[in-house]
Design a protein around this ligand. Structure first.
Ligand code: GLA
Length: 381
């Protein structure tokens, strides 16, 4: 059954009435610009054709009843919502409602049913898709801001404070503000955006996602540790954020920084440069020429930033050897997904090479699927 029909019928069956509307928000892949968003830098994600679909209706009391088709039912009174009060998946939903209320919106109770086909724990931002779809529903039913960037910040606050994950602003902005056929250039300092055309079909290209199904633990400390090191490096350099650093500055302060901080900072500085380089080349209408920059990003995440995993390195190496123009891990790392830019005629060869190589090494079978840029979160008609 299509997602929308499934959530509608589950809503009627569970709550005995019809919902007031249906909303959807997509997951994302980040084309390039990794671990730059919490350094005031540039990111370049696209929304993908995997989404969370939610139906909702207001209640007269202050209860939040949340039914996930995948995870089951949770009930929380709005009056009891505060950081740490809700555990597990429901915290993303409750967090979005709580965060909207923090903006001064008088949010009342809600019945919600949601379903997701964004793989969980794969670095495709299933959590941002839950937050953004719920937030749009609550906003449309109870009021609140229209601006997608402001909404992304509200969704990010849900994740930072209610779920307790110190993520940057990329995922929620991608889920809210991407447009079909484009990659979203976001300057995370000014929060200004530009939609850059990315017509894969016209260029005879395909963007493959390789989900290694090795699960990363974003909340487990490594992400927060990298964030802390970047802040310390900026402090040692006497600048507000690594966005303001240059390679010359890093060289001049190499001793003061120490090798670890130097290498982490070098990744950030170079990665920001790579984002702008990819944007430049796409603006020239040459998507077939961004491959080497994608692969250079992977090497930097593997060697300088050290957030890759053996499975991701293998996926990238196998894809490029089998004909991909470029490949890299995408998302926070420590497992999850890689992406590969592949000539459309070579997708079968690349996918087979990956499947075979992982099987030969007796690794868990990855899933490989093409993605193309779709629109961000919206209310469905
Ligand atoms: C996760 C976070 C993002 C970003 C990436 C790394 O997806 O949620 O904010 O920091 O990792 O680029």
């Amino acid at each position: 059954m299509p997602a929308e029909a499934a959530v509608r019928s589950a809503f009627a069956a569970r709550f005995g009435r019809a919902p007031e509307g249906v909303w959807a928000a997509p997951g994302r892949v980040n084309l390039i610009g990794e671990h730059t968003d919490y350094n005031d830098g540039f990111v370049f994600p696209l929304a993908i054709d995997r989404r969370v679909t939610v139906v909702a209706a207001r209640r007269l009391d202050d209860l939040l009843r949340i039914l996930s088709l995948e995870k089951g039912l949770t009930e929380v009174p709005l009056s009891g919502l505060q950081p740490g009060a809700v555990e597990g998946w429901a915290a993303y939903v409750a967090g979005a409602v709580w965060s909207l209320a923090q903006e001064g919106v008088r949010v009342g109770g809600l019945d919600l049913v949601l379903t997701s086909d964004v793989p969980v724990g794969s670095g495709l931002s299933s959590s941002a898709a839950v937050e953004c779809s719920t937030l749009l529903a609550a906003r449309d039913l109870y009021g609140g801001p229209q601006d997608p960037i402001q909404l992304a910040r509200i969704a990010q606050r849900a994740e930072n404070e209610m779920v307790g994950v110190p993520c940057g602003i990329m995922d929620q902005t991608a889920s809210m503000a991407c447009t079909a056929g484009h990659v979203l250039l976001l300057d995370t300092r000014s929060l200004t955006t530009r939609q850059i055309p990315f017509d894969l079909a016209r260029a005879g290209l395909s963007l493959l996602v390789i989900d290694t199904r090795v699960s990363h633990a974003l909340a487990d400390g490594a992400y927060a540790e990298r964030r802390g090191v970047c802040q310390q490096a900026a402090r040692l350099l006497g600048i507000p954020a690594l966005r303001d650093a240059t390679e010359a500055m890093l060289e001049a302060s190499r001793d003061r920084l120490g090798e670890l901080h130097y290498r982490r900072a070098r990744h950030v500085v170079r990665e920001n440069g790579r984002v702008l380089e990819v944007v430049r080349v796409l603006n020239l209408g040459q998507p077939d020429r961004i491959g080497p920059t994608l692969t250079a990003s992977h090497a930097s995440l593997r060697d300088d930033y050290q957030v890759s995993a053996a499975e991701l390195d293998l996926a990238v190496e196998t894809a490029t050897t089998a004909g991909a123009l470029g490949a890299r891990m995408t998302g926070a790392g420590f497992g999850g997904c890689a992406l590969a830019l592949v000539p459309a005629g070579a997708t079968g060869t690349v996918a087979e090479a990956i499947t075979r190589t992982f099987a030969d090494r007796r690794l868990q079978a990855p899933t490989v699927f093409p993605v193309a840029p779709v629109d961000g979160a919206s209310r469905l008609p």
